[in-house]
Write a protein that binds this ligand. Structure first.
Ligand code: ZN
Length: 149
């Protein structure tokens, strides 16, 4: 009986959508809210620290902090093809996170998935899997990347 558990974190980061028709083409930032959901069976081993859990929330937090919060927080996400922005940020020595896609909420959800999928697989094998990543760019707008089964 698979059960899903979700943990959230928040971080501050800058971005821009270079060809956007509106204000999003400007350099700006958000307080992102990111939720990671994993799915698996409960640990049933008596006396195990994770007995009755899919995954210890504290262990999920450690993975999210290391692979998402640390690289992004107070950094600037830029698509590698956004040449004026990339060269400016590099020239100033600012924290730059180069992305292979325009850093929309949708692409950021996918990026977070890409950061986490192998670390989760290497620790937990087939016992649990990354199910989805949700990125709120504002309190009203979010994108969900659901991992194909
Ligand atoms: Zn934005």
């Amino acid at each position: 009986m698979p059960i899903r558990v979700t943990r959230e974190l928040q971080l501050d980061a800058g971005h821009r959508i270079p060809s956007h028709k509106g204000a999003c083409c400007n350099v700006h930032g958000h307080r992102y809210r990111i939720a990671v959901t994993v799915e698996g069976d409960l640990t049933i081993e008596p006396g195990h620290s994770d007995e009755g859990m899919v995954m210890d929330f504290a262990d999920l937090k450690v993975l999210m902090v290391h692979h998402i919060h640390e690289p992004l927080d107070h950094g600037f996400m830029a698509w590698h093809g956004d040449e004026p922005l990339v060269s400016f940020l590099r020239g100033q020595g600012f924290r730059l996170v180069l992305m292979d896609a325009i850093p929309t909420a949708e692409n950021l959800a996918r990026w977070c998935h890409d950061q986490l999928v192998e670390p989760i697989r290497s620790v937990y094998g087939g016992r649990l899997r990354l199910e989805s990543v949700t990125v709120w760019e504002t309190p009203n707008n979010c994108a969900v990347y659901t991992v194909p089964k």
